[in-house]
Design a protein around this ligand. Structure first.
Ligand code: HAM
Length: 416
């Protein structure tokens, strides 16, 4: 049998209501916060991600699906959405007409990670990116947008972790102190961290190895090194969050796995996911537009993992989809009449289905139940003779004879 590749999921119709529950909540919130949809390509020139995310990040150094096109150019399946949106923003100068541009996107991302619960190689994100403002109000807006989506999907047990990782003015002094601290403990670091110490010391804080976690506990905190403007910015973000009852926990070690961040970083985490505890994350990235050749444009954004949110909302009950009517027939003439009724229902905007084979009425009724039909419309000899239809309301079991001429009106009105 041909199977799917590891870490890649099929999402069957039984999981789609939960998927839609999350995506509809996100779309509704994006509209309320005035974010407009952008659709960017699923593959880009590899350089978009190498430059955008940083070549020392795990994503770029070991998790990208990269291949050559027929012209020998290196392409990559997008591992995230931010770099592509920034590339599109810079490439299509049009967007710069607006003082602030607010975009959202929904779609698949690809990372060659070791698959486990909540960690896939093809997964889906929705995310938002806001360009053209360094105002802490917009950090607050982005966080509160994700917080509203989390609440509307029914997630209750989660923590918002918050940090500021400063700017190019204050971060170098912190990195120097961090390096000094870790250098003194180099022998006890995991092999990856021994490399990080020289290549990207900030990433030392993100290591999940137990020994490195313990070392981190005594390490210097970026928040003690923030310059005045970064400290004020962070202070204002916290003030705005507190003022609108968005609870947060400060985590001075929250650095994130992407190199583009400046100032605010945040993660929405929950215990419900086990090892993969973040279901959404983001932050400010004031230098990325310039990296892509655009003019100085501060920006902030977030992305959430749809599959992870589906896991977190597993206990939230979601309405099962169903159809308005399942048409049941008995005999050849009734079967032909059922086909006509089914077409008329569909043309009138009602959802309807039937089994065109000659199976028994009992098994057709079972199918009506399985399809979660609001009612079963029964056609037999007496219905044909009397030009009426028997309508059974599925949740009460009540039956009624309705003249053929008024059936659509009755069903459309929400009655049986
Ligand atoms: P990220 O933290 O890499 O950030 O991913 C955001 C979310 O995508 C995670 O919190 C998680 O829910 C989901 N996710 C990531 N990797 C996987 C995976 N292998 N399997 C399943 N779900 C996954 C970003 O992608 C940034 N672009 C966020 C951002 C937007 N920052 C600023 N703007």
């Amino acid at each position: 049998m041909i199977t799917k590749a590891p870490g890649i999921e099929d999402i069957f119709p039984d999981r789609i209501p939960r998927w839609n529950h999350i995506v509809y909540a996100a779309r509704s919130c994006f509209a309320r916060f005035n974010y407009r949809e952008i659709i960017v390509p699923i593959m880009e020139f590899t350089d978009v991600f190498v430059r955008g995310l940083g070549d020392e990040t795990d994503i770029v150094s070991k998790e990208m699906f990269t291949f050559e096109d027929r012209g020998g150019r290196s392409l990559t399946l997008r591992p995230e959405g931010t770099a592509s949106v920034v590339r599109a923003y810079c490439e299509n100068g049009d967007y710069n007409r607006l003082a602030t541009s607010k975009f959202f996107y929904i779609g698949p991302m690809f990372r060659a990670e070791k698959p486990q619960k909540g960690r896939l190689r093809q997964f889906n994100q929705f995310g938002a990116e806001l360009f053209g403002s360094d105002d802490p109000f917009h950090d607050f807006e982005i966080i509160s947008l994700m917080n509203t989506i989390a609440k509307e999907t029914g997630i209750t047990e989660y923590t918002l972790l918050l940090n500021s990782i400063g700017c190019e003015e204050c971060r170098p002094a912190y990195i120097e102190e961090l390096r000094k601290y870790y250098l003194a403990k180099e022998e006890s670091l995991c092999p990856d961290c021994k490399k990080r110490l020289y290549k990207n010391p900030l990433r030392l804080l993100d290591c999940k190895a137990e020994g490195c976690r313990a070392i981190r506990e005594g390490s210097p905190k970026i928040t003690d090194f923030l310059c005045r403007p970064c400290r004020d910015h962070y202070g204002k973000v916290k003030e705005l969050l507190s003022g609108s009852d968005v609870p947060f926990t400060e985590d001075p070690y929250l650095v994130r796995g992407l190199d583009y961040y400046t100032r605010t970083t945040f993660e929405f985490v929950t215990n419900a996911l086990g090892g993969q505890n973040a279901f959404a994350a983001g932050g400010r990235y004031n230098k990325l537009v310039e990296t892509f050749g655009g003019k100085h444009t501060p920006a902030v954004g977030f992305a959430a993992g749809i599959e992870r949110m589906m896991l977190v909302t597993e206990t939230v009950s979601v309405a099962e989809p169903g159809i308005d009517a399942y048409i049941i027939h008995n005999g050849e003439a009734a079967r032909s009449r059922a086909a006509v009724v089914c077409s008329q229902f569909r043309a009138a905007g009602l959802s309807a289905d039937m089994d065109p084979s000659s199976v028994s009425m009992k098994s057709q009724m079972k199918k009506a139940e399985r399809e979660n039909a609001r009612c079963a419309v029964i056609i037999g000899d007496s219905e044909l003779e009397g030009n009426f239809l028997t309508v059974k309301t599925m949740n009460t079991g009540e039956q009624e004879q309705i003249p053929a001429a008024s059936i659509i009106e009755r069903l459309s009105a929400g009655g049986k």
